[in-house]
Design a protein around this ligand. Structure first.
Ligand code: PLP
Length: 385
């Protein structure tokens, strides 16, 4: 059964042009990039070209871009290595309370090692307040980490404002841009970003490839101790195929017309308007405008979000009851819990994440099936939809 895939925030399909880039890399870039012979040189050259292309996309110097295995590794590197490298300056870190577990659990690890972490609350849209952010900074604060866009509710944070405040206090600024990379425009130096994490599988590359941008001011931190790969800062033979796929994914994103984002936003708005407007039992979670183009996180009060996701799945519609990492857990989402204390809204949340392959017909079908599912589940829960 062909499915309607509205779970692009969890992961994306590898598209034809990226599959071709993978095949080419498998054929041509199989040599070890460290080897001193033709197959090795070819691989090293392909990596250099990919690095240059991706660096240009982010407006950064290729030498400041490092390939990793995933967004989680990039977040670990950014937080652990930077805090350790600047220990003489202080042991305090500021993050938002709605970060992905890749950041939050890394903070928990740092706390066990004697570092101090301040977790900033967010408003009911999921936005970090610049005033609260500034008041959390201390003389011993080394870095702040606020995600570019939230993975569950799609809210886009005021990154330029926050990084400006951080710099005014001599604090390094990291952003987890795993959900935003390739979906909204990002220029690291212009936005005051010192460190940025991204992941290929949210952008039609396969799983297993990510990147970290680290500006020279971060210092010469090393995450994976080993060989001299990635200028001695991340040992391990390079994932030549994944790197080629990531470059192809970035090319695809930068070649895609601006109208693609507008088209996705319009489809998303259509879904929200049809399902939420005038419906007393439905709510849009996150900011109405400052959100990722493809994200629609909706709560259906009196309805269990997991039951809704399962019923939709039985109709061939793929959505998520929360973030990909927590949708199998029964714990309430820490993101929604930070936005509201309305348990009904927290438990009734369903995330639809549209992609550039989503069609109008798919959205029409989804609207129909969600209404149908809400009526069935609503009757069980005594809520008329
Ligand atoms: N950060 C955010 C905001 C994410 O959404 C995810 C994955 O969903 C990650 C980090 C982890 O990325 P990866 O799956 O590449 O480790």
């Amino acid at each position: 059964m062909a499915c309607i895939y509205l779970d692009n925030a969890a992961t994306t399909r590898v598209t034809e042009e990226i599959r071709e880039a993978i095949d080419r890399a498998l054929d041509e870039n199989w040599g070890n990039p460290s080897s001193l012979h033709e197959p090795g040189y070819r691989s090293a050259e392909a990596i250099a070209e990919a690095r240059e292309e991706i660096a240009c996309f982010l407006g950064v110097c290729p030498n400041d871009l490092y390939f990793t295995s995933c967004g989680t590794e990039s977040d670990n590197w950014a937080l652990v290595s930077t805090m350790e490298a600047h220990e003489e300056r202080g042991r305090h870190l500021v993050v938002s309370s709605i970060e992905h577990p890749a950041v939050l659990n890394t903070c928990a690890y740092l706390e066990k090692r004697g570092f101090e972490v301040t977790y900033l609350p967010v408003d009911s849209y999921g936005l970090v307040s610049p005033d609260l952010f500034e008041s959390a900074l201390r003389p011993d604060t080394v870095m702040a980490s606020v995600m570019f866009a939230n993975n569950e509710v799609g809210t886009i944070e005021p990154i330029e404002t926050l990084s400006g405040i951080a710099h005014a206090h001599g604090v390094l600024f990291h952003t987890d841009a795993v959900q935003a990379f390739g979906h909204v425009s990002i220029a690291c130096p212009a936005m005051g970003i010192d460190l940025l994490s991204a992941s290929g599988h949210k952008l039609h590359a396969p799983k297993g490839i990510g990147l970290l941008y680290a500006a020279p001011c971060v210092g010469n931190t090393c995450f994976m101790h080993g060989g001299q790969q990635e200028r001695g800062r991340r040992g391990g033979t390079e994932n030549t195929v994944g790197i080629a796929a990531l470059a192809a994914a970035v090319r695809r994103a930068s070649d895609s017309p601006v109208s693609t984002a507008t088209r996705i936003t319009n489809l998303r708005n259509r879904l929200v308007e049809e399902l939420v407007d005038g419906e007393p039992h439905a709510t849009l979670n996150g900011h109405p405008r400052l959100r990722l183009p493809g994200n629609a996180n909706l709560s259906f009060s009196g309805i269990d979000g997991i039951a809704m996701v399962e019923l939709l799945a039985s109709k061939g519609i793929c959505a998520s009851s929360g973030s990909a990492c927590s949708s199998r857990e029964q714990r309430p989402s820490h993101v929604l819990s930070a936005l509201t204390d309305d348990l009904d809204r927290i438990h009734g949340a369903v995330r639809f994440s549209l992609g550039d392959e989503t069609t109008e017909a798919e959205i029409e079908t989804t609207i129909r099936e969600v209404r149908h599912a809400a009526n069935i589940l609503g009757q069980m829960g005594l809520v008329a939809f």
